[in-house]
Ligand binder design. Structure first.
Ligand SMILES: Cc1ncc(COP(=O)(O)O)c(C=O)c1O
Length: 381
């Protein structure tokens, strides 16, 4: 398909973990060319940084927001490689693919690492975390993913933050798919570093990630540099000294994000957005269960961001066929990412409303009838 054909087609609805469906006004905000040294652009960047801190209930100078060009992983890699000194050690609590990715980053950069591994539907054991830290005093940093987008599981960051604080460890939270949709008070939750990106629950377009960090922690990063472009300290000092990025900034994505932040405020802030996502999620789960689908996660560990559904357990079920039929009808869902179980995922974040969820459920019903799918019992793990 050539690009002019794309322009003629209606946007599909993205029931994915990102990039997400965004508002027309957010996309339109990107339709301006601004130089990276333009004073209007520099002012917008400073405003975005302040608003991000405010969303996390903190402010400068005790906390700082650093914007990093690239996707969410760039922000995570920047944080891990800048925060942990050569003499330090990372305890990474893992129950999904994004947790595994943080370990991969640590290994690539030869950062000493202890991994605490769990199944993808299991919450970490807090007593084990505490014992492990006590028995390994060389641990300096603890990392965990808040919303494990692999499954939709929500990790207990409040409890882990309390342990980190009590045992004087630096706490790193990958809040990629939750920030903006869950109210996260960085100070109260004892989070030293929180990472998310432009195209998740703030509902901007892709192009950058951001790291919200405690200033005293950021200052320690100066001596830990392992990468030029991902040097969190240098990126921060660049933004703080003259408001400019060290390298070409994602100008259009930042303009769109500025609009997305205004639209978040207009919606009623995080509380209202959380409610819309939770309502979407309840409708989605109710509708899919009524059709016969089974959820992978139990209710006590689930977030309202994305939901994993087991394959129907019918020999004729093909995810590729299911996906393409829904795609042809304008609904984009997401494959599973689980190591042991066949699942697919449906996200309900972004510019999606109950009517969109209902239309998706109606489309799923139509497709499973066309595919002659009959549900049979399926084992969860
Ligand atoms: C929890 C989490 N961490 C990290 C990432 C990686 O972000 P990106 O794909 O933007 O690099 C994602 C992406 O969905 C995510 O959900």
């Amino acid at each position: 398909m050539i690009i002019s054909d794309f322009k003629r087609t209606k946007d599909k609805l993205l029931f994915t973990p990102g990039p997400l469906t965004t508002s027309t006004t957010v996309k339109e905000a990107a339709l301006i060319d601004l130089g990276s040294r333009d004073s209007a652009f520099i002012a917008i960047v400073q405003q975005i940084r302040q608003k991000l801190l405010a969303l996390a209930h903190v402010e400068s100078p005790n906390y700082e927001a650093v914007i990093i060009q690239g996707s969410g992983t760039f922000g995570i890699e920047s944080t891990i490689t800048s925060a942990i000194p050569a003499s330090g050690m990372l305890l990474n609590i893992v129950n999904g693919a994004y947790g595994r990715r943080m370990s991969q980053i640590a290994r690539i950069h030869h950062i000493p690492l202890i991994e605490l591994m769990y199944d993808e539907n299991q919450l970490p054991d807090l007593t084990v975390i505490e014992t492990l830290i006590t028995e390994n005093p060389e641990i300096t940093h603890i990392a965990v993913v808040h919303g494990e987008t692999t499954t939709g599981l929500l990790n207990p960051i409040e409890e882990i933050g309390e342990i980190a604080h009590r045992l004087k460890k630096t706490f790193i939270v990958d809040a990629m798919s939750t920030f903006g949709a869950y109210d996260i008070d960085m100070r109260a939750l004892k989070i030293s570093y929180l990472i998310s990106s432009s195209n998740k629950c703030i509902e901007g377009i892709p192009g950058f990630s951001y790291v919200l960090a405690k200033r005293i922690e950021l200052e320690k990063c100066k001596k830990n540099v392992r990468s030029l472009s991902l040097d969190l300290y240098d990126q921060w000092s660049g933004l703080n000294t003259n408001g400019q990025f060290r390298f070409t900034p994602p100008v259009h994505a930042l303009l769109a994000f500025n609009e997305a932040l205004i639209e978040l405020e207009n919606e009623g802030g995080i509380e209202a957005r959380a409610q819309r996502y939770a309502d979407n999620n309840a409708l989605l789960i109710g509708g899919m269960e009524k059709l016969g689908f089974t959820l992978y996660l139990s209710p006590d560990v689930r977030s309202y961001i994305i939901t994993s559904f087991l394959y129907p357990g019918h020999p004729d079920f093909s995810f590729e066929v299911f996906y393409s039929k829904l795609n042809d009808m304008g609904f984009v869902i997401y494959p599973g990412k689980l190591s042991k179980v066949d699942c697919f995922r449906i996200g309900n974040i972004g510019q999606l409303y109950p009517v969109d969820i209902q239309n998706l459920i109606d489309a799923v019903e139509k497709v499973i009838h066309e595919m002659n799918i009959v549900f049979t019992e399926q084992k969860k793990q």
